[in-house]
Write a protein that binds this ligand. Structure first.
Ligand code: SF4
Length: 278
């Protein structure tokens, strides 16, 4: 973890009721160069488990995008625990480099993730950015030609049947994610939460066929659906798909940061989990 500026400490919240169920996690937000930081500790109670966390965030006003690496870190730790448990039960994880079997699905992203992906693409070298944006354009053209309706009504947060119909139709077009290169995720460290939370032990062919027999590994911490709900309400938008992320982010630039990093983090934690102990 790299931070800059003068560290300060948020008051600890006291010891948890019993021994923690997780080893301590050390997580860090995205820190702008030269920014002052705050490092603090809190315990998360989630799904009956206690997770001790040390976290570093900007001391001054921060954006939701700057907190995204913290959720990625939580998710990564959850994946590592689920993978070890599954392996211990004799069910090896089949997700591996070179397997893009699941990367032709309609991938949901949150508004913050959409802006993060747009920033990632904008920061790419010219030739790479041109290739990726061309693949976005190709994917959208293929979906349009197939008559895949991604209008707000079809992406209604509450209509599960409509979402399933759209997901099936989208998958039927067979359009690859614009970030898929040689069946590898070209943005693996920055991939969306939906991709992180998709962890399977079944054969890749089942993912490629999108059958109901795919054996998903449950994660102790899965934040995507709750994050989609809270962010969509905050941004007054419907469900977003990765293929539309760049367009949405261009049309909806992030509002200026007004809330300090520690307060914004506690807001986010409270919206996603049981309240942190205080
Ligand atoms: S972002 Fe990466 S993991 Fe997710 S669908 Fe695209 S290529 Fe696959």
């Amino acid at each position: 973890m790299e931070t800059s500026g003068k560290p300060r400490t948020m008051p600890p919240d006291g010891p948890p009721d019993g021994p923690p169920d997780w080893p301590p996690l050390v997580l860090c937000a995205q820190i702008p160069p030269g920014a002052e930081t705050v490092t603090g500790n809190f315990s998360l109670r989630h799904a009956g488990q206690t997770i001790p966390i040390e976290v570093t965030v900007p001391a001054g006003p921060a954006t939701h995008a700057q907190l995204l690496p913290i959720l990625h870190g939580l998710c990564n730790a959850s994946i590592a625990r689920a993978s070890a448990k599954s392996h211990g039960e004799g069910r090896a994880i089949s997700c591996a480099a070179g397997c893009g079997a699941c990367c032709r699905q309609a991938v949901p992203v949150t508004p913050t993730e959409a802006r993060g992906l747009a920033a990632l693409v904008a920061a790419m070298p010219d030739d790479r950015r041109a290739a990726v944006t061309a693949r976005f354009a190709g994917a959208k053209a293929a979906l349009a030609q197939a008559g895949i309706d991604r209008s707000p009504e079809m992406l209604d947060m509450t209509d599960m049947d409509a979402r399933v119909r759209l997901a099936n139709a989208y998958f039927g077009v067979g359009v690859a994610c614009p970030f898929l290169e040689n069946e590898n995720c070209s943005i693996h460290p920055d991939r969306p939460l939906a991709c992180r939370e998709y962890l399977v032990t079944s054969a890749p062919a089942l993912c490629a066929a999108r059958t109901r027999d795919v054996d998903m590994v449950p994660l102790d911490i899965g934040v995507l659906n709750r994050l989609i709900e809270t962010e969509s309400a905050r941004e007054a938008t419907g469900r977003l798909l990765l293929v539309d992320a760049l367009d949405w982010a261009t049309a909806n630039p992030a509002p200026p940061a007004t809330v300090a990093g520690p307060a914004l983090l506690m807001e986010l934690v409270a919206s996603l989990f049981n309240r942190p102990k205080d």
